[in-house]
Design a protein around this ligand. Structure first.
Ligand code: NAD
Length: 389
């Protein structure tokens, strides 16, 4: 079949296997160019198929030379419909890792479930013995409680007061004002249940109980803070409450004797971030400013800098709250001042001129394997790509 992008709102419902492979190859080449990095040799990544989790897996495999187990929730191709991008990414990653003589084990299913935790413990026991590093990089709109079966949904809403925000409809290329009512207590609690740290602890407990966590094993999760302009919807909103919980969970895990860290990453274009109101507009402005200052980074640049410069092979450089600050360049005063100057001036008419919306769109399409020069998008393509997962 010939596979073209089909965009519906903030998602693309098709993805291209050759383009996703090109995306993965590009990230591998970035890491390979840095040379070998010191780091753990047996790594579990939960949420390993796209975005920050995929780049983490690539850095640990191609930088540290680690054997990896990846857990993700992706859709294989069926009835002539392409698979999801994370499926194709994982197939390409696995082929490249195996070609390098590395183990790459894959588990496709709901990471919040006990069944998938059990399967993962089993695979680690059988193939790696134990793991030395666990990276927790899930971004999900819902979670089924493994004990009760109750389904919790996260919401992206302000807390305490309504919020009217300038936002970008990325599909229609329109700058619009969007009013969002505040979340109620239940919605706040549900968002914390989905995106907070509870499941991170359950993962670490399951690995420990299964005897597959090495004595010195550490764990890392990812969070975001961002500037004031996004605070009502992000840091002070429902998702921010969940992120605070996740950050506090690192301390809980440390109390249990597990070295646990949260890295505050920068805003990038991923499937998860494109769904957040205000963020695509902020990212389009941020990219413009950071590219002009030569400080632009995507997922792979961030994850390479994390492991090459900040993680300190288990002794990370942190802020006063114990967090690793990979958002240090994003939050530089000169970057945020420049964003603040552009923010009020953006209109539908000048969007392309005053922001890097073109860069945003390019990154967005690349998430699904489109916009790669080396790929012939008019060619017949086999959508069914095998993956043992
Ligand atoms: P993403 O959407 O690219 O990746 C999410 C991953 O989670 C995928 O591998 C997906 O398969 C997996 N996943 C989702 N639900 C699952 C489930 N039920 N079971 C198994 N796997 C599941 O997201 P991302 O933006 O890379 O986010 C990863 C982490 O990084 C999140 O904690 C996010 O908050 C954080 N972060 C993101 C940004 C950003 O700008 N994108 C910035 C800072 C921090």
């Amino acid at each position: 079949m010939v596979i073209k992008p089909k965009i519906r709102g903030f998602v693309c419902i098709t993805s291209h296997p050759a383009g996703c492979a090109a995306h993965v190859q590009e990230e591998i080449a970035h890491v390979a160019a840095k040379g070998a990095l010191p780091g753990p040799k047996r790594v579990l990544v939960v949420g390993s198929s796209t975005g920050y989790g995929l780049s983490s897996r690539i850095v640990t495999a191609f930088g540290f030379g680690a054997d990896t187990v990846g857990v993700f929730f992706e859709r294989p191709s069926s009835n002539g419909r392409p698979a999801s991008a994370g499926w194709y990414n994982t197939a390409a990653f696995t082929e490249a890792a195996e070609a390098k003589g590395l183990f790459a084990g894959n588990i496709n299913g709901d990471a919040f479930s006990q069944e998938i935790k059990d399967k993962t413990v089993e695979m680690i026991r059988e193939k790696l013995g134990q793991v030395d590093l666990v990276i927790y990089s899930l971004a999900s709109p819902r979670r089924t409680d493994p004990e009760t079966g109750e389904v919790f949904k996260s919401v992206l809403k302000p807390v305490g007061a309504p919020f009217t925000a300038k936002t970008l409809d990325t599909d229609k290329k329109l700058i619009v004002e969007q009013g969002i009512e505040p979340a109620n207590e239940q919605e706040i609690a549900d968002t914390v249940k989905v995106m907070g740290g509870e499941d991170w602890v359950l993962w670490m407990d399951a690995l420990k109980a299964g005897g597959v966590l090495a004595d010195e094993a550490a764990t890392l999760a990812y969070s975001y803070i961002g500037p004031e302009v996004t605070h009502p919807i992000y840091r002070s909103g429902t998702i921010g409450k969940a992120k605070e919980h996740l950050e506090n969970t690192a301390a809980t895990l440390r109390d249990k004797g597990i070295p646990a860290w949260v890295a505050i990453n920068k805003a990038v274009v991923t499937q998860a971030s494109s769904a957040i109101p205000v963020v695509p507009l902020y990212v389009s402005i941020l990219f413009k400013v950071m590219k002009e200052k030569g400080l632009h980074e995507g997922c792979i640049e961030q994850m390479t800098r994390l492991f090459a410069e900040k993680y300190g092979n288990g002794n990370p450089e942190t802020d006063a709250e114990g967090r690793i600050r990979l958002d240090d360049w994003e939050m530089k005063p000169e970057i945020q001042e420049a964003v603040k100057v552009i923010w009020p001036t953006v209109t539908t008419e000048n969007l392309e001129a005053v922001t890097d919306f073109a860069g945003y769109q390019d990154d967005f399409l690349k998430l699904f394997g489109f916009n790669y020069d080396a790929v012939d998008y008019d060619a017949e393509t086999e959508p069914d790509v095998p993956l043992d997962a």
